[in-house]
Unconditional design. Structure first.
Length: 433
């Protein structure tokens, strides 16, 4: 019998996903282990390999559709096998689940979208909401159009209100937008309303409408988890200033002898790993009932990407030296920006380091990741006038701010940890021994 391909769980926090792109179409032959789609999760966009071999009998979900884990997304089997029977056997009553639609490779997403619209129409339309004022570049939701058609309309500046849809119930599909774009049906120039408010000379201010942004799965996850963390975790903050003169000098020496370029953040990561061993009470978290001290140090390093923020993990950092940490940090950072990290490489951190020094930020406070008890925010190394030997000299200084969960630790624990980190960074040769 034909086999149903379901949306897999690709990360420990993933609850839903989006087909970013299909790599196959209906009728293609698929081998086991072949990449058939790219799936956008809460952490990254990942390649999805088929667990089975066979012919693609149906693609059930269009690109851009949000669906929960376990949703049927495709059917594989032998040519001629009954797709509806396979879906019925799974419990789908012989039809694609609500929110998904049969998807022909040639028509790709638009065929699926029409099927979705048709199934929704049969279920009865929900009461219409009051029309909202349309923003420039934003397609009003009340227009019946497929997601792909809406995206194309935005890209080509096509006015959907001027198009008569050829899909079921007059729904606008991809081919309608393409035809309109070729025929020159574009959106009217944005009319910017004059404001009732004016400057001191009586000139009215220009009023521009707000534009709600489409969120990626990653941004949704960040919003959910950071909102949860800020609401549930009682944060307190401690800041220390570090004399980085010795660290700057050491890094210059290491550049000449090591095969890998060592960054200042690598030195911070190494110091954090060492300090967490000395102060295990900081390498801990509150699980709702008690304080759990971690057996190992798995360092998370915050990395900015286009979609938001990811936290690759250097596992067993307490058992690694500077060269290993530098090599792994560089590798994780590069692959993270290229969306090549595996889910297990972005989970399981026990402590996180977030560094905004490269953006010229002197000091900031970070939000603790759920499942951890603290996070270190690192600022830029700045030239600072400091007293030395009765004189004023220019020195290299860096600020670090530790955010702690007050349920898991008190101020003294965090202060001792920061003091150890400062000592290690001010005498960095001790870390290399």
């Amino acid at each position: 019998m034909a086999k149903i391909v379901e949306l897999p769980r690709l990360s420990d926090t993933m609850e839903e996903g989006v087909i970013a792109s299909w790599h196959v179409k209906k009728g293609d032959k698929v081998k086991r282990g072949q990449v058939i789609a790219e799936i956008e999760t809460d952490k990254a966009t990942m390649e999805f390999e088929s667990f089975d071999a066979g012919e693609v009998l149906e693609l059930l979900v269009p690109e851009g559709e949000v669906m929960p884990i376990g949703t049927p997304i495709a059917v594989l089997g032998k040519a001629g096998e009954d797709v509806q029977a396979a879906l019925a056997a799974r419990g789908g009553e012989g039809k694609a689940p609500q929110g998904a639609a049969p998807h022909d490779g040639g028509a790709h997403a638009e065929a699926s979208d029409e099927a979705v619209e048709g199934s929704r129409s049969q279920q009865g339309d929900a009461p219409a909401a009051a029309p909202a004022e349309a923003s420039p570049g934003r397609v009003p939701d009340r227009i019946a159009a497929s997601p792909v058609a809406r995206r194309l309309a935005r890209e080509h500046g096509v006015d959907l209100t001027a198009i008569t849809g050829s899909g079921p119930h007059g729904r606008i599909v991809k081919s309608d937008v393409e035809a309109a774009a070729a025929g020159g049906v574009t959106a009217s120039p944005t009319v910017v309303a004059a404001s009732d408010e004016a400057d001191e000379r009586g000139r009215p201010f220009v009023r521009r409408p707000d534009e709600p942004q489409k969120l990626s799965q990653m941004r949704k996850a960040i919003a959910r988890r950071m909102g949860q963390a800020n609401a549930e975790i009682p944060h307190f903050y401690l800041t220390a200033v570090v004399d980085m003169d010795a660290a700057v000098g050491l890094r210059e020496q290491l550049k000449a002898v090591l095969p890998v370029k060592v960054s200042y953040n690598d030195l911070v990561l190494l110091a954090a790993a060492r300090a967490l061993v000395t102060h295990p009470e900081v390498n801990a978290y509150w699980d709702g009932q008690t304080i759990v001290r971690r057996g190992n140090v798995h360092l998370g390093m915050a990395v900015a990407v286009d979609e938001g923020l990811i936290v690759p993990v250097i596992r067993y950092a307490d058992q690694k030296g500077l060269l290993e940490i530098a090599e792994q940090a560089r590798d994780l950072g590069l692959r993270g920006r290229d969306k090549q990290l595996r889910p297990e490489e972005m989970s399981g951190s026990t402590f996180t380091v977030s560094n905004l020094g490269m953006f010229g930020i002197d000091q900031f406070a970070a939000v603790i990741n759920p499942g951890e008890g603290a996070i270190l925010a690192v600022g830029a190394i700045a030239d600072t006038v400091v007293p030395k030997g009765g004189e004023l000299v220019v020195g290299k200084r860096m600020k670090m701010t530790l955010a702690c969960d007050h349920r898991a630790m008190d101020g003294a624990s965090g202060a001792k940890f920061l003091a150890t980190m400062r000592d290690l960074l001010e005498k960095p040769l001790a870390m290399l021994a």
